[in-house]
Design a protein around this ligand. Sequence first.
Ligand code: BGC
Length: 751
Amino acid sequence: MSIDISQLTLEQKASLLSGRDFWSTKEIAEAGIPSIVLTDGPHGIRRQAGLADHLGIHDSLPSTCFPPAVAIGSSWDRDLARAVGQAVGEEGVAFGVSVVLGPGINIKRSPLCGRNFEYYSEDPLVSGVLGTAHVQGLQSAGPGASVKHFAANNQEAERMRVSADVDERTLREIYLPAFERVVTEAAPATVMCSYNKVNGVYASHNPWLLTRVLREDWGFDGAVVSDWGAVNNRVEGVRAGMDLEMPGSNGATDAQIVAAVREGRLDEALVDASVRRVLRLTELPHDATDELDVDGHHALARGAAADSIVLLKNEGVLPLAEGASIAVVGAFATAPRFQGGGSSHINPTRVDVALDEIRALAEDRGSRVSAAAGFPLEAEASASEVEALRAAAVEVASAAEVAIVFAGLGDREESEGFDRDTLLLPEAQVALIRAVAATGTPTVVVLSNGGVVSLEGWHDDVAAIAEAWLLGQAGGGAIADVLFGTVNPSGHLAETIPLRLEDNPSFLNFPGEQGHVRYGEGVFVGYRHYVTAGVPVRYPFGHGLSYTTFRTDAVEARAVGDDAVDVEVTVTNTGDRAGKHVVQVYVSTTTGPVRRPLRELRAFEKVSLEPGRTRRVALRLDRRAFAYWDVEIGDWVVPGGAYAIEVGDDASSVVAAQTVTLTGDAIVRELTMESTVGDWFGHPVVGPQLMAGLAASMSPEQAAQAEQNADGLRMVESMPMQQFLVFTNGAIPIEALEQLIDLSKTPAPAA
Ligand code: BGC
């Protein structure tokens, strides 16, 4: 139904641009405009029926808690992300939710960010591809998505006012592409602007971000919603394209909009544009169906969780042998940590407990299971209580043939709202792992954590490590499935596990100070830094083991046109059980005028293979796989030259590669008197003319001298032409240079 907004008064229109209460918009009954509900969240529906809040404090109606983004990110599986998105959308319809606030697709700049559990990856491609699939799935079920938090919201410290100071190339190449992909490929109903400032201007009234980039460059035609309470200047916000303020201000900011229009400070056409965009949201489904597929969605959550677990290390102890006696120790085995704190907090329909699930599977296999808590979850426990728990666990482990330690981070250690200051596991847990391993019983560590934890100090003592992240309500069953081999693990790290916090490229600039956080590492985020600077890590981005083995044979890469490449990769399952493999395609180049990371992930595909089977996987790398953001031109540029197409088991291990040469873009780089001598001589059109002119004006002796003096030329290469002229004593007439400046504006011939 389309509403004629010319029938609405200015006051009515302004009223539509902010919420009625915490989770809903205002209705205008006489105009047939309904109120709609927007609610969290990323991995399940948090529908509050009583007291409302955005910090996960008050209760919400039971819904399925699917694996949070940290887990889905590690699955590298777009079909899985789509299926989870669709199920979240279906639950949204059940609860009458029109807009579901998620997914979160911010980049994990620092492993310390308290909200990393809500984000997919340190890499923009993984974040963008999985975010796109989630939004497509969610919106196919009916509701609209709200992709968040736009933009450069990569920490919790000072999140409501810090200025993320990021250069444009870094924004375009690292922090914006995931949003760009979701917007251009999945057309989310809304984008949620973040709390923070971007380069000094609040995201909620940042015209560069919300209009120039989002709408003009990417063609977004949905509505921008504020993060809850993110509005700082409502009138500036309307001007910048921030349509819907949530949760609303009890009419105060609506009145500001009205006054600004009346006083001629705000164009009413901008208000109308925002109203039209908000009205489109009211066409989304909003009547609750109350139909919840509790069992089906729990099963989906279990499968998704299992495919997200990353087997980091395995010295032959997994999958667990039939009949082995198993000691299960660690408090998370009985008190699962399966979701993070804050606005994404779900009241789950049920929760799988790992110990129960292990017992159930062990019974079928003739295994005995004994258990001990191993460490306290309460911070107040005394040293003697900690010791007693550890001693009891050591006894249980000593008597078993294999020990499984459930370690990780508690709600106290990580959450929305604050960042961590260490990667270390709590001391009592490290002591437990070491003590259990010291019994000589082969030890498996299962980790439950939303942000990366350090494995140092105990990694070498244990036989296997499974990174089980936060897996949602069915995580306990999924862990049992992987331990016993019912599911062959296929997760891969979507973020690096460093040796030391200090090695992380954001270390010196996180979380900033005096209101600013400087993204000083530029595009060298996560593995882009580690592989380029040769910094050793514990486990690289992309790493993940399986119970079977895969072989990658030939890579065939062939240029398509000037700036795209078709790649074919052959993968074989060389082991004896079915499994899933992730083909990771990286691009590496030194061509072009800017410093590039040693390699960057540009395509990936998860494939399922029966033992002995081979598959050819075809992938297209489009121009963006080779482009960098050129700040002088203000656009993407593909420089002509050689590009290595590398297939890696992870970001550090290339298993097959082939180089292709691309023609690239014909760049018009205009010369000025400030351009350097090197720029002038290196210019594809002007350079040759300048050379020819100089050669013609030189005597053979001068030419021979110039040849000999090549080093001298290097010394003036970086000198601006203006200064160079001073030293040439008028040898190059300024008129000739002016003509050459005009000539520099013509496109260069293709290389
Ligand atoms: C969070 C958002 C969330 C909103 C509503 C905010 O504090 O940053 O991610 O969607 O609250 O709960």
